[in-house]
Design a protein around this ligand. Sequence first.
Ligand SMILES: [Fe+2]
Length: 431
Amino acid sequence: MEKYEYFSGTPEIGIVPRAPHAGPLLRHVFEQEHGRGGFAGKVSHTYHLYPPTNWLPDETRSLPQWAPGWESPLRPVGGIHHVLGVAPAEPGRDVYRGMGRLVANATAAMNVTVPRAPMDYFFEHHSATMVFFVHEGRGTLETTFGPIEYKKGDFLIVPKGVTHRFELSPGAHYYWMYESFAGDPEKSEAPTTGQFITHSRSDYRFPRSLDTRNESGRFEIIAKVDGVYTRRVHPTHPFDVIGWRGEYLPYRFAVEDVRPLVADRSHVPPSGHTIFRLPGCYLCVFTVRSVEKEGMWVPFFHKNLDYLETLGYHFGDFFSGGGVVGPGMVSVHPVGLPHGPKPRSLQAFMDGANAGVHNEVGIMADFANPAQVSELALGLSRPDYMNAWAGYTSDPRFAYAPGRLAEARALGERLADARDALRPPEDEGRA
Ligand SMILES: [Fe+2]
């Protein structure tokens, strides 16, 4: 070993030339650039045993109706809240052939998949970077850059164009998948709270163990461009990579690494829980955290005037749900339509209850308007979700009462100007 060691500052694994497109190694192995922004954005280079264009002539096919649920037609959602029941598993469906679109706008989409079957092909999404959330299941995401093990509660980021397949471990699997069509997810950071809230880049887990395959056979790759699926067949294994370098990479991020912003004396708005920003969409995690001590611990009633809101329930007693929703379900709250705590939750708050901890994990993705809902989602919609707020018309505490105005005025005199109990006691010895 030399006296001192160095690293280059650019992630790299395995056998790579000293710099991209340079050096004698390129006369012996095949360099491929994964380039964003017309090669002016993020890039990675992979070094292959065989040319990545060695597809078999005459084997390329367009595959109509390959993933029908993924292309479920979209409809305007109008002014009705929906809650979508748990999506059913369909026999024979794998991660992508069973993908079901739920909600989409021009630049982002939310999907659900309940895979039962293995993938006997490799997949490339040529239109979107994908963010998976593993609600249930474990396995290995095999990629050109190496394998990534995952389990329940993990996010998996699969950048646009990266060749991959899911190797599912035994047991149930249930994933939500968010597509970003116009750019990669960016880590969300507020200027005043810095780069370690709500998580750190060091929480990301990139592949490091190359599993190079020098194999011959028939290797099918399905590529998706918009709603068109195309199969091509290669005579060598696509994971014939002996090294890579770059920053355009798949990675894993565990939900327990979200370290949320909490406030004792106010209510952190949903946007304070954002982990990723996507063009036209922001992705938040509501995770296990302290309940506000003096501030409102239920959400305020709100109209989100620019975004349709989706919330996937992962586990726990969702604090505003009032017992209406369960794990695996997704609520869809359209742009502009007021919502907030269900009556049971609000009653608990008004009665002075405080659980101490919000014991829950929910994944929220909000889609800039105009956003639409799919026919597949409407098929999962539970009837009567709008009745979840029915207590506000039937419970005497919330319903019309002739004396309500006078009561509010009297309370206002006493409470509207009340300050938080903060000031130190008056100094009695002061003159
Ligand atoms: Fe909301």
